[in-house]
Write a protein that binds this ligand. Structure first.
Ligand code: NFE
Ligand code: MG
Length: 566
């Protein structure tokens, strides 16, 4: 007999996501992903100045404001065929890297680690044994016995008061929790340390971006960071070295703590390297441009179909025609008027709510497709696209991860294990290791370029009469993001954003092909239908952001419907 489970809302994510699964004999047989909130920006951009769009699009989401600023200025620059100065590109790249490091660390520790780590079990740990275990894995100075004892005492204090504070409401004692008490204590300690390190990454974004969330330093055509090494109020050597020190500190945490923790969790949950693959078509766009127009990049992009790592169709430049022509969105199962599948330049956004109907319309999220295919996006897609193309740092960190986790597990792990729920966590960590190396490179590129006497930061945009189309992409923390703009006589005629969580969390399309969340849940075990921890594990592995995924707006501000959270 099959049991229907509704998880609504899924927590430790941004926004409001409902997941429904059917479970038969302890295994998920069908799944539905539904975006349950309606909000957005796309339509209020119509009629506005394209130079202002990035300030509006940052408000798509409270988590990843930066990424929508970057994609937006890139879209307008593509429409105008406008190059930007090298300093502007490197400053943007440093912001992109720092934002991603912050986002990934928060996701692993604060948003998903507690799916695998039993906080209550850490109370049974011996801090001395925890310190010995930690020393065998890394020489991180934050791993001493007194530090573990202090964390254990703090936890015991919470429990003695009858409350677990921020750790309330976990799946403590669940049969799917497998870590030894010492490993749980290690992970809880790093959960607390991660709070400090994510802040350092955000400081870099704030120093260069003026503030965060919602950076202030962009402009269509470059950045607004005046550079003058002799002026306290501008970007100078003091600020540059502040940025460098913070990035170096992040690198230490990522390589000595985050890397080790993900390898240990993967080694201790080997079954989770076998489930959760779902859609094995992967899409990733190139990022970290090395020139002013986006012809060469530090991170490669491309598409992989059916998990075949021997063949990648590359995506190589801003304005790439292969990417441009193949993106579309379907509303066959989404609460919009019609059932079309259209290219972003042709789309509209007319909301039309009806009851939740698993066989009909059941989500506010549109379903993006690439040449008609469902694609998984995100760090796993990026790492696989890099790995398959022989991208040196990606390959090096991926091999190191598989070797380290394999050694801890006493098994040989091949890249095939990355097509899984834990593979998505491993890929996010691999991406962080690569990004933090590239942070030093882009910092040096910027410092050397300024050292040559180049202080240019802005090329003024000029809007011709008539119509221009453009798109900007960015490999955001949750994956491939693209903004599409149609400009007519200098004002915005149409604006569409196709967002990472839209690719992954989207519903079925007209051919009934399930989206990546839906496909990845099928085959997952569920030990206890009252406490479906395993469903949450797989959904969290994508790092859902529903605010990003649904970003449309009824321009009249009318109430479209009342949606009841169950
Ligand atoms: Ni709101 Fe975002 C975008 C998504 S970045 S978090 O774009 O999905 O990862
Ligand atoms: Mg959109």
């Amino acid at each position: 007999m099959s049991t229907h489970i509704t998880v609504d809302p899924v927590t430790r994510i941004e926004g409001h996501l409902r997941i429904d699964v059917e479970v038969d004999h302890g295994v998920v047989t069908k799944a539905w992903s539904s975006g349950q909130m309606f909000r957005g920006i796309e339509r209020i951009l119509q009629g506005r100045d394209p130079r202002d769009a990035w300030l509006f699009t940052q408000r798509f989401c409270g988590v990843c404001t930066t990424v929508h600023a970057i994609a937006s200025v890139r879209a307008v620059e593509d429409a105008l065929k406008l190059e930007i100065p090298l300093n502007a590109q490197y400053i943007r790249n440093l912001i992109v890297i720092a934002h991603a490091l912050h986002d990934h660390i928060v996701h692993f520790y604060q948003l998903s680690a507690l799916d695998w780590v039993d906080v209550v079990s850490a109370l049974k740990a011996d801090p001395a044994k925890t310190a010995t275990l930690a020393a065998s894995l890394s020489d991180w100075p934050g791993n001493s016995k007194p530090q573990f004892q202090a964390v254990k005492d703090r936890l015991a204090g919470f429990v003695a008061k009858g409350q677990l504070g921020i750790f309330t409401n976990g799946y403590w004692g669940h049969p799917a929790m497998k870590l030894a008490p010492e490993v749980n204590l290690l992970a809880v300690s790093h959960y607390l340390q991660a709070l400090d390190y994510q802040r350092k990454a955000n400081q870099v974004v704030a120093i260069l971006g003026g503030k965060t969330p919602n950076i202030q330093n962009l402009a269509v055509g470059g950045v607004a960071n005046a550079i003058n090494l002799d002026n306290d109020a501008t970007l100078n050597m003091t600020k540059l070295y502040q940025v460098k020190d913070l990035l170096d500190e992040m690198k230490g945490f990522i390589e000595q703590v985050y890397f080790v923790d993900v390898c240990a969790v993967a080694a201790m949950y080997p079954d989770w390297l076998k489930v959760g693959a779902g859609v094995t078509n992967y899409l990733s766009v190139p990022d970290l441009p090395l020139d002013g127009k986006g012809a060469t990049f530090d991170f490669p992009g491309g598409a992989i179909f059916k998990g075949d790592l021997s063949h990648v169709t590359p995506i190589t430049t801003f304005g790439d025609p292969y990417f441009q022509k193949n993106v579309s969105e379907s509303i066959a199962h989404a609460w919009y008027d019609g059932d079309w599948q259209k290219h972003p330049y042709e789309e509209d956004t007319v909301p039309k709510y009806s009851e939740y109907d698993a066989n009909g319309k059941y989500s506010w999220i549109k379903a993006p497709r690439f040449d008609g295919h469902v694609m998984q996006v995100g760090p796993l897609a990026q790492v696989l696209v890099g790995f398959a193309q022989g991208h040196e740092p990606t390959k090096r960190w991926a091999v190191k991860t598989l070797e380290t986790a394999g050694k801890l597990a006493g098994a040989t792990l091949t890249p095939a294990v990355l097509h899984s729920t834990l593979g998505r966590h491993a890929a996010r960590m691999i991406r962080c290791c690569v990004l933090s190396e590239l942070a030093s490179k882009h910092w040096t590129l910027l410092a050397e370029n300024i050292g040559k006497g180049d202080t240019t930061i802005f090329n003024e945009p000029v809007f011709p009469k008539g119509e221009q189309q453009g798109f900007g992409f960015h490999e955001a923390p949750r994956g491939t993001l693209s903004h599409w703009i149609v400009i007519e006589n200098g004002v915005i005629k149409n604006y569409q954003a196709v967002v990472p969580s839209t690719w992954n969390a989207g519903p079925r399309d007209a051919k009934n092909q399930p989206g990546p969340y839906e496909a990845s849940l099928v085959g997952n075990p569920v030990a206890d239908t009252e406490r479906p921890l395993e469903v949450i594990r797989t959904v969290h592995s994508f790092d859902p952001c529903i605010a990003c995924a649904i970003h449309t707006l009824d321009v009249e501000g009318r109430e479209v419907s009342r949606v009841r959270a169950l």
